[in-house]
Design a protein around this ligand. Structure first.
Ligand code: DHB
Ligand code: MG
Length: 220
């Protein structure tokens, strides 16, 4: 599902607002060169994450799914000095590429890529007294609900919990999908929709990443 205008408009807006610099562009190039899935967020989504992190004055950010570090760069750039971003990537070779891209973006002091299973890395994380200001999940859809539980436990009032790919080309309309990613995000949306501590906006996207959406929740 993609009208050719959607992609053109997204490129147009990305250029109009000068969203991508060399570090971001080269991160996308590195994904193609490595033959990795082209699943990074788009520039417009990157700007949204940057804005959310800035609005919440995020000092502690957690990301699940670094891929090659594209969204990680957007989020890392919103941190004040002394801020910290831990991004978790299950695939060791993706994690290594993400580290290289983060280094090239000049963010190594504040951004750490940890390789491993996200739930295990999260459980072992020592946050001290810090709360998570922004949590972004973009991998391992079947475990989205579990990441949500962890994020809520470590959130404060006003923290943001965002999740990519919650529309999946409309496949969430299927009541019983055989696709575990679809079921993962359906369970996630169900939980968001009734959660007393969360206020959620769903932002549908069309464009360079086909038809999908991001859930942006605020902790009350
Ligand atoms: C998939 C994962 C993503 O994070 C994405 O943005 C698009 C697709 C996937 O696993 O299918
Ligand atoms: Mg995604």
């Amino acid at each position: 599902m993609n009208d050719p205008r959607f992609e053109k408009v997204e490129h147009h807006l990305s250029e109009l607002f000068r969203l991508e610099d060399e570090a971001l562009k080269q991160t996308e190039v590195s994904i193609r060169e490595a033959g990795m899935p082209e699943h990074s967020i788009s520039p417009l989504q990157g700007q949204l994450l940057f804005q959310l992190a800035s609005m919440t004055e995020a000092r502690t950010i957690i990301e699940v799914g670094s891929l090659a570090g594209y969204s990680t760069i957007w989020l890392g750039r919103a941190l004040p000095s002394g801020g910290r971003l831990v991004s978790i990537e299950r695939e060791a070779d993706y994690a290594e590429l993400a580290r290289i891209n983060i280094e090239k973006a000049g963010l190594s002091d504040q951004v750490e890529i940890r390789s491993g299973s996200a739930m295990e890395v999260l459980k072992a994380l020592d946050l001290g007294s810090r709360k998570v200001d922004l949590f972004f999940m973009d991998a391992d859809k079947p475990n989205y609900v579990n990441y949500l539980d962890w994020a809520l436990e470590h959130s404060r009032k006003g923290s943001v919990i965002a999740a990519d790919n919650v529309i999946r080309e409309g496949n969430i309309l299927e009541q019983h999908s055989k696709d575990e990613k679809v079921m993962g995000v359906k369970n996630y949306l169900e939980k968001l929709s009734t959660h007393p501590r969360l206020l959620t906006s769903i932002i549908p996207w069309v464009g360079i990443k086909s038809y999908d959406g991001m859930a942006v929740s605020m902790v009350k």
